[in-house]
Design a protein around this ligand. Structure first.
Ligand code: GDP
Ligand code: GDP
Length: 433
C-alpha cells in the first residue's frame, strides 16, 4: 500500500510550495478535465519507483481558541492520526516560534515517524539552518528548500525508507471494488444490500476506525472483494455513531481497489466533495462505476433534471457507466455488478501490440495529427505500457507536438476498438527525436 505523508506546520512555512513540488510531475499525467474540481490538498507523488500519497494540511483552517492559542485544526489532527508519516515544516529564516512548539508537542505523541524539515534553507549550510531546531526534540532536522528543491528528494527518500516497497502489481485476480462517497449517500446501505447478513460476521471481526473493511464474497459463482470505507459503525446500538468522513481512508481504498464504485445521493445536489472524490478515482486511474442512489420515489421530471445535472457536473467521468439505484430497496444492485465486471475486465485488458498499431494506423489515416509549424508529428506504433488503467504508449517523432484534442481522438478510437468501458485510459508518447 502506498504510504500517506501529511505535511504539517504553521501558516507560511512553505507547505503548499512543498506540496506542489511533490505532486507536480504526477499531476501532469492527468490532463485538466473540464468540471474536474481538484482539491489541491491531496495528491500523488513518486520518488524513483516508490509512489506515495501526500496531504497538505495547510488548507484546513486553524481554529483560534480564545484568541490565545493556535490550535491545529480538527482536520489536521485527523490527517496526523491517519497518515503513515508526518513531515513537520518550520521556517529556517524565522526560527522557532511558539506555534512551532505547540505543534511539536503534539507531534511528539504521534505514533508515526515524524520528520522535521527546516525550510527556506537555500544558500545556508545544513548545520547553520538546522542548529536551533534541535530544541524541538523531533530528531535530526532536515534542511530543505521547497521552492528551490534542495534536499527535498533526499528527505522524501528518507521518509519512504520506513515503508516496504509498495507492490505496484495487484495480485488479486478478481474484482476488488471500493464503495466510496461522502457521508450519508448510502454506502453502508449498499454494502448491506450486496452482502445481506454475511456482513454482520465480517464487521465484528476486523478493522480499526482507521481502516476500511475488506470482505471476500461470491456472487453467482464469481469471486469479489468489497472494500467498505463506511464500515466500523456500532450497529444495533441506539445511538449509532456517524463515522467521520476520512479523505485519506477514501484515497487508500481507491488505491487498493481495482474498481471504484462512487455512490451519489440523487436527492441532494452534487457537491464539491462528490467531485473531489470522483477526481481521486480518476487521478488514481481506477475503473469506475457510478451508483446514483435513493432513486426511488422520484417523479419522472425530477429524474430528468437530476440526471442532466449529474452528467453536467461530472462530465469528466464520461468513461464510466452510471446506474440509478435504490440501496434501501435493493433495486439496481444486480445491474451494478454487470458494470463492475465489465469495468474490471476493461481495466485489466491485454492490448496486443499488432492490434494497437493497426488501430493507430487506421486512426491516423482517417485523420492525421495537425501540423505544428513546419513539422507534423509522426505516430509509428503503439504498445501497452500498463494495466489498471490501461496505458497505451505511442512511439514516433515530434510527439510532444500532438495536441490534447488529437490525443482524445485516439483515446476514443482505442476505447471503441477494445471495448474499454468503465476504465480511464492513458495515452503516452515516446518520441525518438
Ligand atoms: P504554507 O502556508 O505553509 O502553505 O506556505 P506557502 O507554501 O504558501 O509559502 C509561504 C511563503 O514562503 C511563500 O511566499 C513562498 O514562496 C515562500 N517559500 C516557500 N518555500 C520556500 C523556500 O524554500 N525558500 C524561500 N526563500 N521561500 C519559500
Ligand atoms: P453512508 O454514510 O454513505 O454509509 O450512508 P448510509 O448507508 O448510512 O445511509 C444514510 C441514510 O440514507 C440512511 O438513513 C439510509 O437509510 C438512507 N438511504 C440509504 N440508501 C437509501 C435509498 O436507496 N433510498 C433512500 N430513500 N434512503 C436511503
Amino acid at each position: 500500500m502506498k504510504p500517506t505523508i501529511a505535511l504539517v506546520g504553521r501558516p507560511n512555512v512553505g507547505k503548499s510550495t512543498l506540496f506542489n513540488r511533490l505532486t507536480r510531475s504526477r499531476d501532469a499525467l492527468v490532463a485538466d478535465q473540464p468540471g474536474l474540481t481538484r482539491d489541491r490538498h491531496y495528491g500523488h507523488g513518486r520518488v524513483g519507483s516508490k509512489p506515495y500519497l501526500v496531504v497538505d494540511t495547510g488548507g484546513f483552517e486553524p481554529v483560534v481558541d480564545e484568541g490565545i492559542l493556535f490550535e491545529m485544526a480538527k482536520q489536521t489532527l485527523q490527517a496526523v492520526d491517519e497518515a503513515d508519516a508526518i513531515v513537520f515544516l518550520v521556517d529556517g529564516r524565522t526560527g522557532i516560534t511558539p506555534q512551532d512548539k505547540i505543534i511539536a508537542n503534539r507531534l511528539r505523541q504521534a505514533k508515526q515517524p515524524v520528520f522535521l524539515a527546516v525550510n527556506k534553507a537555500e544558500g545556508v549550510s545544513h548545520a547553520m539552518a538546522t542548529a536551533e531546531f534541535h530544541e524541538l526534540a523531533l530528531g535530526e532536522p532536515y534542511a530543505i528548500s521547497a521552492s528551490h528543491g534542495d534536499g527535498v528528494r533526499e528527505m522524501v527518500e528518507m521518509v519512504l525508507e520506513f515503508f516496504p516497497d509498495a507492490e505496484e502489481e495487484d495480485k488479486t485476480h478478481h474484482p476488488k471494488f471500493a464503495i466510496i462517497g461522502r457521508p450519508n449517500v448510502g454506502k453502508s446501505t449498499l454494502v448491506n444490500a450486496i452482502l445481506g447478513e454475511e456482513r454482520v460476521i465480517a464487521f465484528d471481526q476486523a478493522g480499526t476506525t482507521r481502516d476500511s473493511i475488506y470482505i471476500d464474497f461470491e456472487r453467482e459463482g464469481r469471486k469479489y472483494t468489497i472494500i467498505d470505507t463506511a464500515g466500523v459503525r456500532r450497529r444495533g446500538k441506539v445511538n449509532e455513531t456517524i463515522e467521520k468522513f476520512s479523505v485519506i481512508k477514501t484515497m487508500k481504498a481507491i488505491e487498493d481497489a481495482n474498481v471504484a464504485v462512487l455512490v451519489l445521493d440523487a436527492q441532494l445536489d452534487i457537491s464539491e466533495q462528490d467531485a473531489t472524490i470522483a477526481g481521486f478515482a480518476l487521478e488514481a486511474g481506477r475503473a469506475l462505476v457510478v451508483a446514483v442512489n435513493k432513486w426511488e420515489d422520484l417523479e419522472l421530471q425530477q429524474k430528468d433534471t437530476i440526471k442532466r445535472d449529474i452528467l453536467r457536473k461530472l462530465g469528466f467521468l464520461d468513461f464510466a457507466k452510471f446506474h440509478y439505484i435504490s440501496a434501501l430497496e435493493g433495486r439496481g444492485v444486480g445491474d451494478l455488478f454487470k458494470s463492475i465486471d465489465a469495468a474490471y475486465k476493461a481495466a485489466m485488458s491485454k492490448l496486443p501490440t499488432p492490434k494497437l498499431t493497426r488501430i493507430l494506423q487506421v486512426a491516423t489515416e482517417r485523420q492525421q495529427p495537425p501540423r505544428a509549424g513546419t513539422v507534423r508529428p509522426k505516430l509509428r506504433y503503439a504498445h501497452q505500457g500498463g494495466m489498471n488503467p490501461p496505458i497505451i504508449v505511442i512511439h514516433g517523432n515530434a510527439l510532444d507536438r500532438v495536441p490534447e484534442s488529437y490525443t482524445r481522438y485516439l483515446e476514443g478510437m482505442f476505447r471503441k476498438a477494445f471495448h474499454l468501458q468503465g476504465t480511464p485510459l492513458r495515452v503516452q508518447y515516446k518520441s525518438s527525436d
